[in-house]
Design a protein around this ligand. Structure first.
Ligand SMILES: Cc1cc2nc3c(=O)[nH]c(=O)nc-3n(C[C@H](O)[C@H](O)[C@H](O)COP(=O)(O)OP(=O)(O)OC[C@H]3O[C@@H](n4cnc5c(N)ncnc54)[C@H](O)[C@@H]3O)c2cc1C
Length: 426
């Protein structure tokens, strides 16, 4: 049996908390993070190795999330959900990321649809008619999540400039009587084949359409014209099963809108935290790699010969370095999640880029240090570190805020205000 499920500290050592000091949490945050920890430790971790090996989707984990009520974590209370805010969402996903990062990342995709139609929509400017319409539509979507346990995915990426936020989506939604007909392709659709609805971003098909014409539409998995295609055999995050989607003249009714027409663009401009929703799963990986190293060096990994390696100064120095990186990462992660708000000022926005970049890069850096420090046996596939290392590599590749694009945006924003520019100098 794999030892993946056994990241439980030895006698006398309480499991470290994902926020460091749980006393800072509200009672509800503590309860939901504890629930995620319990599910993660007792169930998801044990299944992670198989789903990684098979590159199969962890359906049983989503059954557990469904039964525990956590599918409705970010559905507003007025719609029967748990009404979690951004920080709470991030902490729950980070905790799950410690035990099965692919589950955490996929769960994040589902929750992002709930946040978009939920508390993010509440923060946006809408006319009274749009607000009424949105209320009607989201009642339907949230009922599916809370009462029917349905799963939403968010396939945005197309392999072009759109996912970087630099061009309109090539997937087009043609307005027709009672709804839209959607045509296009999406790549990297996590939960492909497992989701009940795909929250697709597309462009309203009209002359001169721009980013402002982005539509966010929930396409039922069984809609005629929708198909999943392509292989899925990647380096890491294999359990997300992020295959491709083909949409061929797929009809969806008006109530498929997860946001009213024109509102996605407003959300993207005014609530940039929605692009940082990929980070919590990787925060969990960073913590897990550190936890693993401490147990390994103490000779406490169950099933292994209890050889201690902690007495060597080189190991102690490496663990100290890992701990410093972990605390730097956690500090920025927590600060930026707690700052989540509509219309952040320039300073908060820049901090958010810095936080996102730090989580994605440091998760991999901590895994790298962990492997080097723990040594050869630690890279065996029977132990979770090897998987954590591969999974951690994926974070910086994820659009729209890849590590490269975070540097791009941050560098520009630090040096230029608003629309400022320079004349070209050769
Ligand atoms: C495990 C995993 C799960 C995923 N799940 C989802 C999902 O559920 N939904 C979803 O929508 N996507 C998902 N993605 C896709 C992801 O967000 C990216 O879209 C994808 O990794 C981009 O791959 P690409 O090679 O096509 O990128 P490319 O578009 O080829 O970009 C390559 C790199 O070039 C840089 N770049 C790209 N465009 C620009 C530009 N205009 N200016 C400057 N630099 C640029 C970026 O740094 C980027 O990393 C997932 C990815 C992974 C790894």
């Amino acid at each position: 049996m794999s030892l993946s499920s056994m990241l439980v500290p030895g006698p006398g050592r309480a499991p470290p908390h994902i926020v460091g000091d749980p006393a800072v949490l509200s009672p509800e945050q503590r309860e939901w993070v504890a629930l995620a920890a319990d599910l993660g430790r007792s169930r998801f971790a044990a299944r992670a190795e198989r789903h990684d090996r098979e590159a199969s989707f962890p359906l049983e984990n989503f059954d557990d999330l469904r039964q525990s009520g956590l599918l409705g974590l970010c559905v507003p209370r007025s719609h029967g959900g748990l009404g979690a805010d951004f920080t709470t969402y991030a902490l729950v996903v980070a905790e799950l990321g410690r035990h099965c990062a692919a589950t955490a990342l996929s769960y994040n995709m589902h929750l992002s649809a709930c946040m978009g139609a939920g508390f993010i929509a509440d923060l946006l400017d809408m006319s009274a008619a749009q607000r009424r319409e949105h209320e009607r539509h989201r009642t339907l979507h949230f009922h599916r999540v809370v009462a029917e346990g349905r799963l939403y995915a968010q396939p945005f990426s197309e392999g072009g400039a759109a996912a970087a936020g630099k061009a309109p989506w090539s997937t087009l939604a043609r307005p027709v009587d009672g709804g839209y007909r959607i045509s296009g392709r999406k790549i990297f659709a996590s939960l492909s084949g497992a989701a009940d609805y795909y929250g697709v971003l597309c462009t309203l098909d009209r002359p001169g359409a721009s980013l402002r014409d982005t539509l966010y539409l929930a396409v039922p998995a069984d809609a005629p014209g929708l198909s999943v295609y392509g292989d899925w055999d990647p380096l890491g995050m294999r359990g997300t099963v992020s295959r491709n989607l083909l949409l061929q003249d797929v009809f969806v009714p008006d109530d498929a809108r997860l946001l009213p027409e024109g509102l996605y663009h407003q959300a993207a401009q005014r609530y940039p935290y929605m692009f940082s929703t990929l980070a919590p799963a990787y925060m969990g990986i960073a913590q897990a790699a550190y936890d693993f190293s401490v147990m390994y060096l103490r000779g406490e990994l169950p099933g292994m010969t209890p050889v201690k390696r902690r007495m060597y100064p080189t190991k102690q120095a490496a663990v100290a370095e890992m701990r410093i990186k972990l605390e730097q990462t956690r500090a920025l992660f927590l600060q930026s999640t707690r700052e989540a708000r509509i219309d952040p000022d320039d300073d908060a926005r820049q901090r958010l880029y810095a936080a996102h970049y730090t989580v994605m890069e440091n998760a991999n850096a901590i895994c790298t240090l962990a492997l080097r420090t723990c040594g050869g046996q630690a890279m065996l596939k029977s132990l979770p570190l090897e998987r954590l290392y591969r999974d951690s590599r994926c974070g910086s590749l994820m659009l729209p805020w890849t590590a490269e694009l975070c540097l791009d945006r941050l560098g520009r924003d630090c040096l230029y205000a608003g629309e400022e520019g320079d004349e070209h100098i050769d």
